[in-house]
Design a protein around this ligand. Structure first.
Ligand SMILES: Cc1cc2nc3c(=O)[nH]c(=O)nc-3n(C[C@H](O)[C@H](O)[C@H](O)COP(=O)(O)OP(=O)(O)OC[C@H]3O[C@@H](n4cnc5c(N)ncnc54)[C@H](O)[C@@H]3O)c2cc1C
Length: 445
């Protein structure tokens, strides 16, 4: 701190300092410090002050623990990104200030929610300032109007838990606990209850968004309707930084049925065919997914009515499995199951996850580092037997760590007309693929 004050009181020595101490300087203003080289000799700071920025900027700096913590990247694929700085915003004012000053000083601005973009888009590049939204955790439930208003900083599992705990409501989210709410909601949002309640994006009622000019606007059916349409599927960061979402809420299911059929992977062609015949025409309360990896082939059924809608009848439409299991749980039990599942990730050893209440502790750093490449394919018709066989042989060429996930569409997803919401991938039979490799040795990209 002594060094800092000295520097500040000797402005003419500023350039000497830069030469001698790399390119960093601390300013005794909260925990704020700026990368002088890029931020332009304090002008960026003046801009932020003028724009009423009231939070912290953590600059890229060798051995900075705060920076390392914020810059945690669970994705091992690709280079480790090193953005210029993190703006730990507390309010929409802070977001507006960073966008305006970033524009003025030609510094790229990258919004970061849960950090689960597989290509690390939220980490920007070496000339970006990341707007880290983790502190925007407002939450208001209006049960009578069936809506929840949430800040952009929520991760899925803690959010699902909080809204249930606070008001016994739920809103359709994805499967992975550590995904961020705006990333998933603005890109689509596929979860276990999707055929009954639609994608997460279908359930957005309104957003507050800071546009590229640094203005805060509300977008909903009545105000800025085009922007509202685009955000629901077009990925928010293409249009601005969302600070708040209003989502439709529902009464949680009283029970959830989960059934699993396990097969030998050699049975893939006949099991796939049964699945593609069944899943598009299944009742909208049922979502049937299939997973194929080197060692296992599994079909999972989730029934939101909790009844296991004639599960024995469904089973008759499929080849005889090696094993079959069913479980009916309460909605909180199901939440726990989903949260602990982490959709293909694993928790870091330090993450405590022993009871439902531990969900609130799940954070951006809870997911252990892993190498993942994913690719999705969408089809709008059933595959012919020759195509199914081709799919199988394609998989056999891949290393055993590659996994294929098949998700069924239809139901509420297809009921929405394209002019009402943006995602173009509607009116599909199913999503084929989501090929994942999850090992540092996998080069399946
Ligand atoms: C392990 C794993 C499991 C997944 N499971 C599912 C699933 O079950 N269902 C599903 O539908 N998807 C799933 N996904 C995909 C996931 O929804 C997307 O990758 C999503 O974009 C991640 O959002 P995020 O906020 O966590 O990531 P980030 O990397 O923080 O953000 C993703 C993109 O959105 C932008 N963004 C983030 N917040 C904002 C904001 N407030 N305003 C404007 N732009 C913003 C970022 O700049 C970036 O471009 C999964 C992904 C992974 C890696």
């Amino acid at each position: 701190m002594l060094l800092i004050s000295t520097i500040l009181s000797n402005k003419h020595k500023f350039s000497d300092f830069l030469k001698n101490y790399e390119t960093f300087v601390y300013l005794p203003l909260r925990e704020v410090c700026f990368h002088c080289h890029a931020f332009g000799n304090g002008n960026f700071k003046s801009c932020l002050v003028k724009e009423r920025f009231n939070s912290s900027i953590i600059v890229r700096r060798r051995n900075s623990e705060a920076y390392q913590r914020l810059n945690y990247q669970w994705q091992l694929k690709g280079t480790h990104k090193l953005p210029l700085a993190y703006a730990l915003v507390r309010s929409e004012w802070d977001v507006m200030a960073v966008v305006k000053c970033g524009k003025q000083f030609n510094i790229r601005v990258a919004p970061k929610g849960g950090g689960h973009s597989l290509e690390k888009y939220a980490f920007g590049d070496s000339n970006s300032i990341v707007v880290d939204l983790r502190r925007l955790k407002s939450l208001k439930v209006n049960k009578a109007k069936r809506r929840v208003t949430v800040g952009a900083g929520w991760l899925l599992a803690p959010l699902a838990y909080r809204i249930h705990n606070q008001a016994n409501v739920f809103t359709p989210l994805g499967e992975c606990s550590t995904v961020g709410i705006v990333g998933i909601a603005s890109g689509g949002g596929w979860g276990y209850f999707v055929r009954k309640y639609g994608l997460t994006s279908d359930n957005i009622l309104s957003v507050k968004i800071v546009t590229a000019n640094g203005n805060l606007v509300t977008a909903n059916k009545k105000r800025n309707a085009h922007l509202f349409w685009a955000i629901r599927g077009g990925v928010a960061s293409n249009f601005g930084i969302v600070t708040q979402l209003v989502l439709r809420s529902y009464t949680p299911p009283s029970a959830v049925f989960y059934g699993t059929l396990v097969y030998d992977p050699v049975q893939f062609p006949e099991v796939f065919d049964a699945w593609q015949q069944y899943s598009p025409s299944a009742p909208p309360t049922v979502t049937a997914g299939m997973t194929l990896s080197g060692k296992t082939l599994q079909v999972d059924f989730v029934d939101v009515t909790g009844l296991g809608t004639d599960f024995e009848l469904i089973c008759k439409k499929f080849p005889k499995p090696l094993t079959k299991s069913t479980i009916t749980s309460t909605y909180p039990e199901f939440m726990y199951f989903v949260a602990s599942n982490l959709a293909g990730e694993i928790f870091t050893p330090t993450t405590k996850f022993e009871s439902l209440a531990d969900i609130v502790n799940i954070g951006r750093e809870s997911a252990a580092p892993v190498f993942q490449k994913r690719k999705s394919f969408y089809v709008n018709r059933k595959l012919e037997p020759t195509q199914i066989r081709m799919l199988k042989s394609l998989l056999q060429e891949k290393p055993p760590i590659v996994q294929l996930n098949f998700e069924s569409y239809g139901g509420q997803i297809n009921d929405l007309l394209p002019n009402r919401v943006c995602p173009p991938r509607r009116h599909l039979v199913q999503r084929e693929g989501d090929i994942q490799g999850s090992d540092s040795k996998c080069h399946c990209g």
